[in-house]
Design a protein around this ligand. Sequence first.
Ligand SMILES: [Zn+2]
Length: 424
Amino acid sequence: MRNRSILLSVTAIACASGGGNSTPTLDAGTPSTLQGVSDRAMRIYRESYVVDAHNDMPSKMADDGYNADVRHRPGFGKQEGHTDLPRLMESGITGQFFSAFVDAPYALTSPDSSLERALQLADTIHAFAARHPDKLIFATTAADVRRAKESGKVAVLIGVEGGHAIENSLENLRELHRRGVRYMTLTWNNGNQWSGAAWGVNGTSTGGLTAFGRDVIREMNRLGILVDISHVSDSTFFDAIAASSQPVIASHSSARALHEHRRNMNDEQLRAVAKNGGVVNVNFYSAFIDTKFDAAVTAMEARLTSERESLRMKYAGDSNRVEAELRTLRTSASEALPGTPLSILVDHIDHIAKVAGVAHVGLGSDFDGVSALPEGMEDVTRLPRIAQALLDRGYSEDDVKKVLGGNMMRVMGQVLDRREAPDR
Ligand SMILES: [Zn+2]
């Protein structure tokens, strides 16, 4: 589902007419007044290091003219979003990893421009932080994130999504590190020449790591770049765990035991991450966490595919008209999809906490990369609801803080701060 949605979103971005101005129409409650969140939950949330491991806003900024400096309505349209500066500040989040996402076509049709794309998005993220020195701090360590919290600012970090970004070169990996990248997803939905993906779109690898892939892991360990196993195949997952001398993360993956989906992690994998000392950051996307929603989306896509054929016949030779009509059909069909209760998202957190341990679960929203989110989690300002939901399930204050970001801070401290040194 993620694959299709992302490809659709890329299509939408390509069709965008530009223009980053949005209307400040959202009247979201600030965290202090967020509906259904108690004073106690809000206090715990505010005391926590809240770290979200995955957010795709930079692609919207670079491709869609999305102006992240102003407030937008929650949503997945060209000029709607789950994140922007006003809402980041309002959310009370401490650290946000923004994704420098390199789409599959870069590897498939123009592999020599994959690194350039990652660097372009890294620049977009740097520029966003630099425009707002009074509100944002660009961060590469857990210590930076602590400093951000002490000064009332939000820490901005970079993760690269798609190992093809390094174009099979360790020197390119070192360049990403120099540009401030602190995690890299070994693959996206496309496998690459050294690492297999869960999807393996366009016939790309779904196998394990090659010898060079193990060199990549070793170099990431040496530099201090977190190994991110979201999106990888099961065999690459186990190869990466075996090759890494450091804790790994899943920046945005949920539990396969609750929804059978290749992008989710099974219990054996969850236990392996626990043994490794890493963190699985739960993806919020409705199609990854909610079986009912996923089935409805699959049925909707099948209907739209057959509808496309009928429209092609009807409007022979006029593809613009076909696509315009399909967009209208998609919008109305999407609106009719069943909602995903917030409790389902919390079920995934709870499952990983039970199987791997509460020290090995965190948040990887995938905000601005997914088209559907649970009810009550429409954007970044709603994160305090997770604190409330965990308290409601009997989690201790300390455990809530671990899930919100304490676990990621531990791993970042181990992998990033320890390695912070001039590039060698
Ligand atoms: Zn992803």
